[in-house]
Write a protein that binds this ligand. Structure first.
Ligand code: ZN
Length: 212
């Protein structure tokens, strides 16, 4: 099966994310589910300069079969996919405002961000906080897996976001929405603000049910 279109799409979105400062250095990674495996951005690569031909290819069992070695955070993606059969793509970012929120004390761990806008509710929804574990610790994958069946977006404490989508486009847009809501939340920290009411949130969820 040809995967040229998916490779080009990954490189295009990765560059777009990088150019807008949503990721930096060699942080952040993207994956896409294929009929017979996965494509994943390589370890140590800048999202600003992904070569479609060198993107890592994994087989159905998650083993690396071609291209450069996959991101060391592949386990985060696989933990999410294992619980979400409809998920087609995952974006993991260390975006500044999302990370800033993930470091705050006094967060509601079952839902980190209030429902400030309709688009946040529609694209991100309830956002739980995954406790902090060092990078690569298997406990981090387990903690993501525990939440992934019920949530397509999670925030890793002192780390960043992991967002799943029914397409790569959906996953990127949701990750961007999360970052923007985190920024607005920080702007409003010292202000009185009106979040959407529970009834308004329920109505949005009924009108726009999750797609992945
Ligand atoms: Zn990370």
């Amino acid at each position: 099966m040809t995967d040229t279109r998916e490779r080009e799409q990954i490189a295009w979105f990765a560059r777009s994310i990088y150019q807008r400062g949503l990721t930096f250095g060699s942080t952040g990674n993207i994956s896409v589910r294929l009929d017979d495996g996965w494509l994943m951005t390589p370890t140590g690569s800048s999202m600003g300069a992904i070569d479609p031909a060198r993107i890592s290819r994994l087989d159905e069992a998650g083993h690396h079969v071609s291209g450069d070695a996959p991101t060391k955070e592949a386990f985060l993606h696989m933990a999410m996919y294992s619980e979400r059969p409809r998920t087609k793509a995952i974006v993991h970012l260390h975006s500044t405002h999302s990370v800033a929120v993930s470091c705050l004390c006094g967060l509601d761990h079952s839902n980190v961000l209030p429902p400030l806008t309709a688009y946040h509710v529609m694209r991100v929804g309830k956002l739980p906080l995954v406790p902090y574990f060092p990078p690569g610790d298997p406990k981090l994958a387990n903690a993501v897996r525990e939440l992934a069946a019920r949530h397509h977006a999670v925030l890793l404490a002192n780390h960043g976001s992991v967002v799943a989508g029914a397409s790569l486009e959906d996953a990127v847009y949701a990750a961007e929405e999360l970052e923007e809501t985190a920024r607005i939340f920080l702007l409003l920290r010292e202000q009185d603000y009106r979040p959407l009411t529970a009834a308004e949130v329920t109505e949005l969820k009924q009108r726009f049910p999750p797609t992945c």
